[in-house]
Write a protein that binds this ligand. Sequence first.
Ligand code: MN
Ligand code: MN
Length: 291
Amino acid sequence: MDYLEKHRQAGEVVKKVVEESRAKIKEGVKLLDVATFIEGKITEYGAETAFPVNISLNEVAAHYTPPSQDETVLEKGDYLTLDIGCHVEGYIADTAYTVKVGEPEDELIQASQEGLDAALSVIRAGITTGEVGKVIEKAITAHGFRPIENLTGHGLSQYSIHASPSIPNFDDGSTVKLREGDVVAVEPFATTGAGRVVDDDKVYIFSFVAPRPLRLEPARKLMHHIQNTYPQLPFAERWVVKDKKGEFLLRLLIRNGILFPYHVLKEKTGAPVTQAEHSVIVTEEGCDIFT
Ligand code: MN
Ligand code: MN
């Protein structure tokens, strides 16, 4: 089976999981239950998680995933974004959508979807990534909103989520051309705010960088466990530790350069953010959407 077939297989799994996740979203439901439901379905359908499900509420744009003690529940009117990724032998399908809890879709949700639709309608071999960004920006600003300029779409290569090329969400003037056979995720974000995200102090998603000498035995054990279990793709705090002591050890591994921390990203002005994402294979004539 060739690698494009594996991307498509991952895409079939994620499509089913997206559909089933929509039915779970209701006022009063715990974020933790949404996360474990989605991640459980991915493995039940024969794929593996490519990253912890990102559950973003309101001004959060990305990189939040509930820790094991999270008691947050969905409230009516919350903008809820689910960003879900799975892989088959490292070949990833990455997709995202936003809903307003207990309410119909509004214009801010439509804006990121229209940005995505516009991008997918122009993508073909030979187009520059700057031109793709330009149509995304145009679709979002037509509603009076801003695209998030410091978050981008990206290439997908085996066991690598953020491969080249980057796909900007505005016209950044890039002359990098998409080529036939490129596998890319396109992910416009729309906001009523300034259109930039900033790092929050909090971090619940990490990836392994390299082993380093450690004196503390439990820290060394945790490092080896992570190195063996999640050597390449990102993992969630709640997948590896369950208590305060574990959280402390993870922070120790960050300080020693063993882990990379994906800080929670929030819109700079605290304004709500929506996102829409699909993964595609670039063809001569257009693109093949597989999520
Ligand atoms: Mn994604
Ligand atoms: Mn992505």
